[in-house]
Write a protein that binds this ligand. Structure first.
Ligand SMILES: Cc1cc2nc3c(=O)[nH]c(=O)nc-3n(C[C@H](O)[C@H](O)[C@H](O)COP(=O)(O)O)c2cc1C
Length: 203
């Protein structure tokens, strides 16, 4: 029987709602195919930033949503067996609380569960520039077993649109939770075409 991967997606109040929306859309497709079970947890500021950046609400995506301190959510306990969590975007505040084991909302509690159970926790960190405090907290969560995967698009696949640039990040997130995808050109897939113009976006 095919294994259904249980993935928690945490959305915090960092800039980067388009990343979260894209990941949730891909996971919703995989959910419809019976490949994944998805739970969405919103931080206290997630919806405010989402509405500002892309309009609407993450509640409109048809994925089950939890928030606040609703510790009745299945992934608030290790016994429910959720294998992976992605926090996308991950604010410096959420990362700080995760780094210090301060589970004062469902998002940080679910992340704490992933770490204590030695499961997969991917933090799509977003802030610039970074202070010493941010860097120390990212080192701390890395040492505790999380993966810090910055919201840094790559350009070697020559993305031409914002959506394509976003997919370079989402592809890496899916790779790290173990979900097959063809969202971006892989290094070595095909030779890059010659660039002829002087402008960075020249055809
Ligand atoms: C429009 C907007 C953009 C923000 N962008 C960031 C960001 O990129 N990184 C970050 O760490 N915080 C950012 N913040 C601040 C966080 O929302 C704030 O620190 C909040 O307390 C984070 O809490 P949460 O992680 O529980 O959502 C932003 C806030 C707003 C309103």
């Amino acid at each position: 029987m095919k294994k259904v991967l249980k993935v928690v997606v945490g959305v915090s109040g960092a800039s980067g709602a388009p990343y979260a929306k894209r990941l949730l859309a891909v996971l919703a497709e995989k959910r419809a195919l019976g490949e994944v079970e998805v739970g969405l947890v919103l931080s206290r500021t997630a919806e405010q930033v989402w509405a500002h950046e892309i309009g609407g609400s993450p509640r409109e995506l048809g994925v089950p949503v939890w928030e606040g301190r609703d510790y009745a959510a299945p992934f608030a306990s290790g016994s429910a067996g959720w294998e992976s969590m992605v926090v996308i975007p991950a604010s410096m505040s959420s990362i700080a609380r995760i780094a210090h084991g301060i589970s004062d909302d469902l998002l940080t509690r679910a992340a704490d569960v992933m770490l204590k159970e030695r499961r997969k926790l991917v933090l799509v960190a977003r802030e610039t520039p970074l202070s010493e405090i941010h860097l120390e907290n990212m080192l701390k969560v890395t040492r505790a077993g999380a993966m810090v995967l910055p919201a840094s698009p790559s350009f070697y696949g020559r993305p031409r649109t914002i959506d394509e640039a976003i997919d370079t990040v989402i592809a890496r997130v899916l790779d790290h939770v173990g979900l097959a995808n063809a969202l971006q050109k892989r290094w070595g897939d095909e030779p890059a075409p010659e660039i002829t113009g002087g402008d960075v976006w020249a055809e």
